[in-house]
Design a protein around this ligand. Structure first.
Ligand code: ATP
Ligand code: LTN
Length: 330
């Protein structure tokens, strides 16, 4: 039987995971796990590019591990691991830094956004962040990387770095393809639907649906979400609040937007919001139940973390060894 291609993706344990993370990222990872050899990383090295409280970082890392499993990712068929457990990431990131240009990194919109929030002292890690991401992907000879729309630019840079390296040293890295879901690729804030819903945005709790929020709180946040006043359920850039709720609804139900518009024609916003809340809650309820059960089993989690790291290391070290040889290290 032909060896399956590798799918790789990751998420930072930089806060409480959101509905945006789920719909833009790991909901889709689960649907692809039969087709690919999947490797899912918890990107804690990425998370420290902005200051983290150590005890919270540990908590979020463990919780994200449990949440991946709770959302249906299978660590017996695939690899789930914590990035800092595999030192090859840091080593390859350094090497790739030497093949990446300041100009390229300066153009990254995530860097521009995040550095603005840092005041005068911007950590260089924030600038180099996409190089570490390229290392993550390239270490595993990845064929496809499913991510939300906000990561497109980083993925394009990963491809450019890989092509540049291969042009100098031969076929070392597989060139990864980007996979962005049709629905759910960019879930916006509920209070500010012109800005992406983000787990590190802690200014206004009502703006963000956290996957581990109490289900009643989720219903209330959706009820109170900002919309316009013309009471028509139409998918339009002029109606960012309604557009966002339709995106959420369709990403969960797999319905086409056109169909949802038809189904809700004649509904008022109140009834529409209730329908959205209902599908969100029914999607999240089983994940929360699984999450509680998995997190309570400390021994299981600890063993799963160790196993994941061992399996990931074994693959990553093979690529790293080739790279070191090619660049001339003894
Ligand atoms: P941070 O706020 O710390 O930057 P984040 O919430 O943006 O975190 P990441 O850990 O950077 O999340 O991203 C994990 C995955 O979730 C990525 O694939 C990213 O594209 C996706 N993602 C994040 N936010 C959204 C969103 N609002 N809509 C769709 N996908 C998203
Ligand atoms: N930067 C990503 C998280 C991430 C990632 C990766 C995604 C780190 N390494 C490798 C895909 C592939 C983000 O979503 N902010």
């Amino acid at each position: 039987m032909a060896e399956k291609n590798v799918l790789f993706s990751g998420m930072q344990p930089s806060g409480k995971p959101t509905l945006g993370n789920y719909l833009g990222a790991f909901k889709n990872w689960g649907t692809l796990q039969e087709e690919y050899n999947c490797i899912y990383c918890i990107a804690d090295l990425h998370a420290i590019t902005v200051r983290q409280e150590p005890s919270m970082l540990r908590k979020y890392t463990k919780e994200l591990f449990a949440l991946y499993l709770a959302a249906g990712l299978d660590n017996t068929k695939n690899i789930i691991y914590i990035q800092s457990n595999v030192s090859a990431h840091s080593e390859l990131a350094w090497i790739l830094n030497c093949y990446t240009y300041m100009g390229e990194l300066s153009r990254m919109t995530q860097f521009k956004d995040k550095s603005q929030k840092q005041g005068k002292n911007i950590p260089t890690g924030l600038f180099n962040y996409p190089v570490l991401q390229a290392a993550d992907i390239l270490l595993y000879q990845t064929a496809v990387v499913p991510v939300g729309e906000d990561q497109r630019q980083h993925l394009e840079l990963s491809r450019d770095i890989a092509i540049r390296f291969n042009n100098i040293y031969g076929d070392i890295f597989k060139i990864p393809e980007i996979y962005i879901p049709k629905a759910g690729a960019k879930i916006m804030g509920l209070q500010n639907p012109t800005k992406k819903m983000s787990k590190s945005d802690t200014d206004n709790e009502n703006n963000v649906i956290y996957l581990l929020d109490d289900l009643k709180v989720i219903a209330n946040k959706i009820k109170r979400s900002v919309t316009d006043s013309d009471n028509q359920i139409i998918y339009s850039d002029e109606k960012p609040g309604i557009k966002n709720l339709l995106n959420i609804y369709c990403a969960i139900t797999n319905k086409e937007i056109k169909q949802a518009e038809k189904d809700f024609s004649g509904f008022g916003y109140g009834a529409f919001k209730e329908a959205v809340a209902e599908v969100v809650i029914e999607e999240i309820r089983p994940i929360q139940e699984n999450f509680k059960r998995i997190l309570a089993d400390k021994e299981f989690i600890e063993k799963a973390i160790k196993d994941g790291a061992q399996k990931a290391e074994c693959i990553a070290n093979k690529t790293l060894k080739k790279v070191k040889k090619k660049v001339g290290f003894i």
